[in-house]
Design a protein around this ligand. Structure first.
Ligand SMILES: [Zn+2]
Length: 455
């Protein structure tokens, strides 16, 4: 079963294919002894580990991180046969984790690529782990075949559709596939997906009309029906991901998760994805109930979905500043939602999070209006949302998302440090190297010195 047709709004976004416009061409990836020790030193290591936020060097053995620390400490661990790479001041950080994307399930239909080609684009842009969010039985089998054949490099969690994107129930097929959480699984069942309002089918459910006479959008279920769906998946042990764009849908999704939890902690990490238009009274409820919110990077400025919201509702739109402030300590995560939402390029999304400007599919910058600029967050806040918090949303935080001994060596090297450069300069950054499980998955043609070959 295919995704039902998108609205005209989204179709207009899809005319140009998502490509990595500014990534240098891939070079042949050298093969190295997988058990060899590898050391990267003389760099800026952004660990996303609050106990040791920065370091200069990292040692890897096999698939795993062995140690993170100063140049002196790490080089002292060097063993005979080690491959040592001088980062020459470049920045090394965990690979991007995109917990809500469609780059695999929509590769053919919307990117005109095979899954392997879409994977290559993602690797070139620093993505090392994803949640693929629209999985039916046929696609699940395709992914299992790909994994068995050894083709899957990106760690992938699959979310099985309980409803389609128009809210129609898809039967109980998902119940024969139990979620798995074993460390090291390249492919796993993450949980189930429920759509509760419009966005790609019908319109988001808002408390106000975007245009006079346009109506206030489409809720797909009654509160009672949604409560029933969430309770069914919850009691069967599935993590539930609810698509909710408008504030009326968010409120309904919050209520349904709260009802399923019955006051207990959210140990299954039920999520609400998108959260685009949040009524102010709903902001603290994520933390109060314990719900994980996943949010977009860019606000659609280059190809707007419609007219700007009425002035009195502008503070509700993509209000990430207010969302973070209202929920201290909650692992709020970013999601790319590509290919519907721009290029497969997390660095563009990082630029949007810290400036609110958007980079269009053609590479031009669309300047954010002042009311949207009020929602900027810092790179120090945004990067954990794109790594460790996103890994938490996929139950992968014990394996990846930060650079710590005992985690998988999933990392990227960037041409500069997004935490210290001017926000405007973030859009000039590129990925030089992508490593998954200690193995080079992408090496930019201009960065051969970084690719760990035997020396
Ligand atoms: Zn999506």
């Amino acid at each position: 079963m295919k995704t039902k047709p998108l609205t005209i709004i989204f179709l207009s976004l899809l005319i140009s294919a998502c490509t990595s416009l500014s990534s240098p061409a891939a070079a042949p990836v050298p093969t190295v002894d997988p058990s060899a020790q590898r050391i990267f030193h003389n760099g800026v290591i952004l660990t996303m580990n609050p106990d040791q936020p920065q370091a200069q060097a990292i040692a890897i053995t096999g698939e795993m991180i062995e140690a993170v620390g100063s140049d002196a400490d790490i080089l002292a661990l060097r063993r005979p046969g080690a491959i040592v790479v001088d980062l020459q001041g470049r920045t090394l950080m965990p690979g991007f984790v995109d917990p809500h994307t469609h780059i695999f399930n929509d590769a053919e239909q919307y990117l005109d690529m095979t899954v392997l080609e879409a994977q290559q684009v993602a690797l070139e842009n620093g993505i090392t782990t994803i949640g693929d969010m629209y999985v039916n039985e046929d696609f699940l089998e395709d992914m299992q075949k790909l994994d068995r054949a050894g083709g899957l490099q990106i760690r992938t969690s699959l979310y099985l559709v309980m409803t389609d994107n128009c809210g129609d129930l898809q039967g109980d097929w998902w119940q024969q596939y139990t979620p798995t959480r074993t460390p090291g699984e390249r492919l796993r069942i993450g949980g189930v997906k429920i759509f509760t309002d419009g966005g790609t089918c019908e319109e988001p459910a808002l408390s106000y009309e975007l245009e006079p006479g346009a109506g206030t959008g489409d809720l797909f279920h009654s509160q009672e029906e949604l409560n029933g769906l969430v309770a069914e998946a919850h009691s069967a042990g599935y993590q539930v991901t609810i698509h909710a764009v408008g504030d009326r849908a968010i409120e309904q999704a919050q209520n349904a998760i709260a009802a399923a939890l019955g006051g207990q902690p959210n140990t299954l990490r039920h999520r609400i994805d998108h959260n685009s238009v949040i009524r102010p009274d709903l902001l603290p409820r994520y933390g109060e109930i314990g719900i994980l919110p996943l949010v977009f990077g860019p606000y659609p400025l280059c190809e707007p979905f419609g007219p700007p919201p009425p002035a009195e509702y502008q503070a509700w739109e993509w209000p990430w500043r207010a969302l973070l402030d209202a929920n201290p300590g909650l692992p709020v995560a970013w999601h790319g939602d590509d290919p519907f939402f721009g290029r497969i390029r997390p660095l563009d999304d990082l630029y949007s999070l810290v400036t609110r400007n958007e980079i269009g599919r053609d590479g031009r910058v669309c300047e954010a209006p002042e009311w949207q600029k009020a929602h900027t967050i810092t790179a120090v806040e945004a990067l954990p949302m794109m790594t460790i918090n996103a890994a938490y949303a996929l139950f992968r935080d014990e394996e990846v998302g930060s650079l710590e001994p005992g985690k998988y060596a999933d990392l990227i090297v960037l041409t500069g440090d997004p935490m210290t450069i001017e926000p405007e300069a973030i859009r000039e950054l590129n990925v030089s190297l992508t490593v998954i499980g200690g193995q080079v998955a992408y090496c930019a043609a201009d960065s051969q010195s970084l690719c760990p070959t035997s020396d």
